[in-house]
Design a protein around this ligand. Structure first.
Ligand code: SF4
Length: 110
């Protein structure tokens, strides 16, 4: 086998590994992003009175809003979370709410 073929193969393998490593870094970034606030769970109603848990259902609370431009963090009734990445509260619903959540009582911030 000639030296030029071996060098060419090494060069190809090196470039291929670099591409794979870059792809892995992109994939890792994607995983980190999906573990962000949108995956935050703020819908545990186990400590609530049945009527308070029912109110969340009645108002259609969801942890991730499907209403374009309408999320709890933009709602007048939202009580900010103590720190970024944590659940907040709500003036209407008992229990925690997700800053990305939504319910039918959504009211735009003044
Ligand atoms: S009223 Fe609804 S949309 Fe507004 S903060 Fe409370 S749960 Fe979120």
């Amino acid at each position: 086998m000639s030296d030029s073929i071996v060098t060419s193969r090494r060069s190809f393998l090196g470039k291929s590994l670099a591409v794979l490593a870059a792809g892995g870094a992109v994939a890792a970034c994607g995983k980190k992003e999906s573990a962000g606030p949108k995956s935050l769970a703020c819908n545990d109603t186990s400590s609530l009175a049945p009527a308070d848990a029912q109110m969340r259902t009645t108002l259609g609370y969801v942890d991730v809003s499907v209403q374009q431009g309408k999320a709890c963090s933009g709602c007048q009734l939202y009580k900010a979370a103590p720190a970024e990445g944590q659940c907040g509260g709500c003036a209407v619903l008992k229990g925690t709410v997700n800053p990305n959540g939504y319910c039918n009582s959504w009211t735009p911030k003044a």
